[in-house]
Design a protein. Structure first.
Length: 481
């Protein structure tokens, strides 16, 4: 009886501790000002976005893809945004990548970069409700390849800047605008621009690229939308796992062919994934959401440091997207054995696409795989496209405070949280040029809406053209004018 009482007292003390820690949580986010959004000529802006979507700038994977659309897009931008082009110094890098600079009056301020990409992935041949480059409007949406990713957003950056310029405002902070032409493929345009900027010794206060969106977070008791701003990007590497043996006639197979051996390796690796971690980005995400969450979630989040061992297995099972935030992922995408049905191959191999978590390296992936598989298998890291995880953006910075402020001003009740971005963007190539990169596309989405990206029937809500322009306009005002 006495032991039971002691156990109950311990549990009560623990619960009390967790509750007290939740009650002590303070909201330190930058506060918004009273802000009235400017009037926007949405019809005109949507027409400009439609015009850009109609130019089929398909990412150039090889010589067979025409480059004319990129020249057409450059000409289109010049005629559509005459004031922007009058005020900006334009450079075309590596034939197609666009870099603009508008000088600010205060040279003591580090410049800002707004960036994105001109290219789109090739459209699927079948299944479009509206032709992929028609940019038709139906059901309140613009339909077409690139409408979501990211022609509408690209046009919004130009439109917001031109609105400021039309008002005759003097820019304080120099602004750069960098738009690559092959983000969906190799990012060579961005890398070429980065080399130019490195040679010129430019260091940016912040870099604002495409990325994650605002989402509904009412499930955890939040009243406004939650802006998930990418503050880092995972590394990327393809690993080739080979099982070797003797080639031979398929009529007399040994007990374990290279194909069987490879299958065992795949199953073993899939079972023994790399360890999940609460990276600094995940910890800061929890810390940012905590003050606005309903009390039960607040108690959980305020005590995330203590409850980590309990939370980790639950989070890993919630969804692949949540699991990807916590650990290096391994996707077995290519399996190759023999080219002929009656020939046993002397080598069978798998290609594993790995997205490397922050705090780990590409080399760690190889070490892990070799440790799990042993010396019987060969593990090789393929060079192409390989890169380490980026650094994490500085959240104690001017740029981050302006991000919090702008989100709350443009989306009333909106809360900003850092987000470990698990997909790829061009801004990873600019990592050495700034301490602050924000990967953020400022409109409210859900999983179904985002699933249109790179898919048939990609669409973008007309109302989100307004959302993007309003956000860029205010963010530029808060940070550059
Ligand atoms: Zn994109």
């Amino acid at each position: 009886m006495k032991i039971l009482l002691i156990i109950l007292a311990c549990i009560a003390a623990l619960v009390l501790l967790l509750v007290v820690r939740a009650l002590l949580v303070k909201d330190t986010a930058e506060k918004p000002e009273d802000y009235t959004k400017p009037e926007i000529d949405l019809d005109a802006a949507v027409k400009k976005a439609q015009g850009a979507i109609r130019i089929p700038t398909i990412s150039m994977r090889d010589e067979s893809i025409p480059d004319k659309p990129f020249y057409d897009l450059q000409a289109y931008l010049e005629t559509t945004f005459p004031l922007f082009h009058e005020k900006a110094h334009k450079r075309v890098i590596d034939k197609y990548a666009l870099m603009y600079t508008i000088e600010g009056s205060d040279k003591s301020l580090k410049p800002a970069m707004y960036m994105g990409h001109q290219d789109v992935v090739p459209p699927q041949e079948e299944g479009w409700k509206h032709p992929p480059f028609s940019a038709e409007i139906a059901d309140g949406c613009i339909w077409g390849r690139g409408s979501f990713d990211m022609k509408s957003q690209l046009i919004s950056i130009f439109e917001a800047t031109e609105m400021h310029l039309r008002q005759g405002k003097q820019l304080k902070r120099t602004m750069y605008f960098c738009f690559g032409h092959d983000e969906e493929f190799a990012g060579e345009g961005a890398q070429a621009m980065c080399r130019v900027l490195q040679a010129e010794g430019v260091e940016f206060e912040f870099i604002f690229d495409e990325g994650m969106n605002l989402v509904d977070a009412s499930l955890i008791g939040m009243k406004g939308p939650l802006a998930l701003v990418g503050v880092c990007e995972k590394g990327w590497v393809n690993a080739k796992i080979s099982a070797k043996g003797n080639a031979g006639h398929a009529a007399m197979p040994p007990k374990e062919t290279t194909a069987v051996s490879l299958a065992k390796a795949v199953v073993k690796l899939n079972k023994h994934q790399m360890k999940a971690h609460f990276t600094p980005a995940v910890n800061m995400l929890i810390k940012s959401v905590c003050p606005k969450a309903s009390f039960p979630f607040k108690v959980l989040m305020a005590n995330a440091d203590l409850l980590r061992p309990l939370m980790k297995p639950i989070l890993l099972r919630i969804s692949p997207a949540v699991a990807a935030m916590l650990r290096t992922t391994m996707a077995f995408t290519v399996l190759h054995g023999s080219d002929a049905a009656n020939v046993m191959p002397d080598e069978s191999y798998a290609i594993v696409n790995c997205r490397v978590n922050l705090g780990e390296s590409v080399a760690d992936v190889k070490t892990h795989m070799q440790k799990v598989l042993g010396s019987k298998y060969e593990v090789e890291l393929l060079e192409k496209g390989q890169h380490e995880p980026t650094s994490m953006s500085d959240l104690d910075s001017f740029g981050w405070r302006m991000m919090q402020k702008t989100v709350a001003e443009v989306f009333p009740g909106g809360v900003t949280a850092p987000f470990p971005f698990v997909a790829g963007t061009d801004s990873k190539f600019y990592d050495s040029l700034t301490r602050c990169t924000f990967k953020f596309s400022p409109h409210i989405t859900d999983a179904k809406y985002r699933a249109g990206m790179h898919n048939v029937n990609e669409y973008f809500k007309v109302s989100d053209v307004e959302s993007d322009i309003q956000f860029y306009y205010r963010f530029m005002q808060n940070s550059c004018f």
